[in-house]
Design a binder for this molecule. Sequence first.
Ligand code: ATP
Ligand code: MG
Length: 542
Amino acid sequence: MKQSQLLIPTMKETPADAESISHKLLLRAGFIRQNAAGIYSYLPLGYRVLRKIEEIVREEMERAGAVELLMPAIQPAELWQQSGRWEVYGPELMRLKDRHGRDFALGATHEEIITSLVRDELNSYKKLPMTLYQIQTKYRDERRPRFGLLRGREFIMKDAYSFHATQEGLDERYQIMYDAYTRVFSRCGLNFRPVIADSGAIGGKDTHEFMAFADIGEDTIAYSDVSNYAANIEMAEVKHIPTQSDEDELPLDKGQAISGDDRLIMVQWFKVNDQAAAVLHRAGDEINDVKVKNHLNATMVDAFEGHPAFNLSELKNKDVILLADNGVQNVVNGVIKEGEQVAHFNVNADRDLKAVTFGDFRFIKEGDPSPDGEGTIHFTEGIEIGQVFKLGTKYSESMGANFLDENGRSHPMIMGCYGIGISRTLSAVAEQYHDDRGLIWPASIAPFQVHIVPVNVKNEEQKQLAVSLYNTLSGQYEVLLDDRDERAGVKFAEAELIGCPVRITVGKRASEGIVEVSLRSKGDKEEVSIEQLPEFIKEHLK
Ligand code: ATP
Ligand code: MG
C-alpha cells in the first residue's frame, strides 16, 4: 500500500492523558484514536494488526475443532433474567430499552445467548460435544477504563463455548483449548504464562488465565523459581507449615502481655451478605478477600472497620463468622489486637480458638514456599489476555439446556467457556515490543512486514527503484511504500515509530542497484543488492 493513501495521523508530542507506553505509542503512531472514554476507532494500521491477531485466533480455533458463528451484540433482558445475571451483573452491563420499552443489554459476554441457542437447537447426546466461537465486540461499562485498548468499554473478544455430555469430555476440551491459547499467544510473539485463577462472578471451578508479563499489569502473578507453578495472587494457595515451640502456654488474659511482632494477631472484619465475619491473621500477613469469599461461598465480601471490640467469648455466641488464617496456629501466647487495642493476650490457638474455623485466608508472599513443594515464590505483574473456564452446569441448569442420553434420560449439558481479548492482546504486544523510537512489531502481526522508504522521491532513480521493489515484493509480502514528498528525517522517524520489521531505504546507491536494509528489532543497517534482497528478507522474516 502507498503511504500517501493511508490515514496514519502520527503525533510528535506524547498525548498527556495516555498513561501506559502502549497507549502512548499506539496514539502517536496513528494506530488508534479515542472517541470517548474507553471507546476507540482502529485506524488503518491498528485495524491491520487487529485482523492479523484475529486470523491467528481463527486458525488455531479451527485447528482445535471449534466452529465460528456470530451472535448479536444486542441481547434481550429475558435471557439474562433466566440466568439470574440481570440482577447480579451490576452497572458494568450496559442496558437499554427499545421503542416499546423492552429491556436489552449490550453483550458483555455471551453465555446467555449461546446457551439459549444450543438449548433450542440441540437435545441429543449424539450431537455432543460441540464447541462454537465468535469474534465480536463486547461492551462493559468499566469503572475505570484505562491504558487505551487494555481496558476499554467497547472491545473485541474471541469467545468460545463448549457443550458436553460428560465431565471427561469437558476436561479433554479444556486441555485442547489451553493448548490452542498457548499457540495463539506464542504466535503473537508474547512473553506470557498460563496461571491458576479465580473463577469470579461467572461461576465454575477450574480456570486458568493467560498473563502477558508487563510492569503495568493489573494482576500479580505468584510463581515458583523452580517449577512450573504459577497462580494469580488471588488464588495462590499458602502451604501451612506447623512449627513447634518449647514455650509454656500461659493462662488467657492473665498476667502481662508479652510483646513482639511474631506474637501479634490482627482482626480483619468483612461484611458478608447481612452477616459480619472476623478473620484473624498474623501481623505482617494480609487477608485475601477472594479466599474468604470462596470459603463462604459468597458472591461478595466487603472489608470494613469499626466493628464493636473483638471479644472471643461474646462473639462466639453471636451471629458472627469467626475465621483465622492457618498461620495463627503457630503463634504461642499471642496477642490479639484490633487496631491499637489489645483484645486478648496469651492466646493459644489449640486451647482458645476452638470456636474459630482455620483455613488458608491470606495472600501468599514473596519468599513463601511454592504450594507445589518445589522452590520459592516470586512475584511479577501481568496483563490478563485470555482465560479458560470449566463452567459446569451453571448456565445449562438455570436456562434449561438439557440433552437426552442413550437411555432417553435428561441431563443438563456440561459447559466450558474460553475468552481471548483480541484488542487487549494488540496492546499487550505493544507494551512488550517497543523502544524509545517507537513500536517494534513481531512479523506475525505487523501491519506491514516491509516498509520501503525512498530517501528522496524527487530523485527519479530512487523513485523508480522504490516502486519496482514495491511491485515485486508485494507479491510475497505486505509492503508499505512511503511515496510521500517529505523530508528523509521525518520519514525515517515515522517508520521507526510505526515499527514494521524490515525497512528498505532506497538512497544514493539506487543507480547501482543497492539499497540499505534495516531490521526494526535490531537497528543495524546493511547494504544489500536488489538481487540478494528477496533472500535477505526471507531469512529475516522467518
Ligand atoms: P478483567 O479481570 O481484566 O476485567 P475479565 O476477567 O473480566 O477481565 P473475561 O470475562 O475473562 O475478562 O474476558 C475474557 C477476556 O477479555 C479477558 O481475558 C481479557 O483479555 C478481555 N477483556 C476483558 N475485559 C476487557 C476490557 N475492558 N477491555 C479489553 N479487553 C478486555
Ligand atoms: Mg477473566
